[in-house]
Design a protein around this ligand. Sequence first.
Ligand code: CFM
Length: 538
Amino acid sequence: MNPNPHTVKDELLKAYPKKTARKRAEQIVVNERREDGAVPEIKANVRTTPGAITQRGCTYAGCKGVVIGPTRDILSITHGPIGCGFYSWLTRRNQTRPEGPEDANYITYCLSTDMQDEQIVFGGEKKLRAAIEEAYEIFHPKAIAIFSTCPVGLIGDDVHAVARDMKEKLGINVFGFSCEGYKGVSQSAGHHIANNQLFKHVVGTNETPRPEKFKINLLGEYNIGGDAFVLEDLLERCGITLISTFSGNSTYDAFANSHMADLNAVMCHRSINYVAEMMEKKFGIPWIKVNFTGAAGTAKSLRHVAQYFNDAELTARVEEVISEEMTAVLETQFEVRSRCEGKTAMLFVGGSRAHHYQDLFAEMGMKTVAAGYEFAHRDDYEGRRVLPSVKVDADSRNIEQLEIVADETRYRPRRGPDELVQLETSGMELAGYQGMMSEMEEGALVIDDIYHFEMERLLEIYKPDIFCAGIKEKYAVQKAGIPCKQLHSYDYGGPYAGFRGAINFYKEIDRMVNTKIWSYVQAPWETESELEEVEIAS
Ligand code: CFM
């Protein structure tokens, strides 16, 4: 089915009161690609209309759950009533692999101060101190992180003062996050807060020199379903040293030592671009946007890393690895295309996967008819070129913007100005991201922070062959007779990163869109012929 996207947009808007419709009109955009590469403006990173069912999470979720949570040897304590501390649990499928039996791994533990009425009335700092001491006695971790839930900010507990005291007392690194759930319009604020504190308290605190030749950090890769394991293996085979990943399969020491890298490769721009920028300013490490989702993107990203290091041996090794991997990739692509070509997909998740996963669908011959992010910003849609024109509203101003200057002794430009120009003229964009819309088809619908009602209407109107979202949407979508692939958790599947991951994804989607089960969604007694039969029989 090929509906007119402008009519669909009107259809969605007409259900809303005037004021809401006006606001949503700016967040629901029909994609166009103009000659100069510009795309239409979209409103993003603004508050959800009260009463609407959003996909979004809170600031605490973005800070504890997303950015810091995957690090196995930072002991995380949630400060707050237990009911607010859902993300104290390992709720995300971020995996980790300790190197030996002695290596610490706390990510399966769930630590909270369990605030009671007494602390809400008289303050919770005392209980927080006691919790930190107790946790220290049990685990003796290298570092402890404290995460604030909403009530902490409301009653005014100073988690940073407690962290400072405890750092001194225990002699380990202790740092706090003012990531109260209400701090921003979504989990995106939590990413920023996590980036800031990691940068202030951890990055650059371990000066162990690294002798390797090609050293990078991978930023914005969270090892969902084992993605990071695939990428670690791939980089190693290419001869590229991965100092640190922010934060899939990560450790405290690797973060502390990450300023020894010569390049930051950014996967998820939304959640971690702040660290990339701050590391460039303070230490002189350039960053590039990479995408290890999809075989073509993976090959391109590896080539860019090789190009950056400009070494014939590395380039040859990268090419060798790519050709080794591509044989199996192309075989599977060819096979699934015969069954998937022309089918349609919709992707509504987070802040980067709704973009990245379009590449995998395209490699299968499938078309993305609508997509959007839960909480990304305009630059993730329209590209970083719009950054100077992004309005800073009161909600964004609420989040600390660190002023970073070059480190007096440790700033070291990794490439000279001429080399940088040369890299850019040879087609490599430094510190750039083109966003989702420039890669989407003309006429595709782009919807920011999709509301549940809109999702249901899209399913009815387009009847896509697959809808990608999360657990909150999954069963509503499937009750509409359309398979839903969870792109947050991968359901129980994965890894989907790199070449091996691409093959897994092709097979999984092929299975999901071609299974006959969806033709049985309508109960037999609901069809007319069945009704007739029943009537005759009675
Ligand atoms: Fe980045 Fe992520 Fe995502 Fe994200 Fe997330 Fe996630 Fe996501 Mo769920 S960091 S923005 S806050 S790629 S948890 S691993 S899947 S919403 S698209």
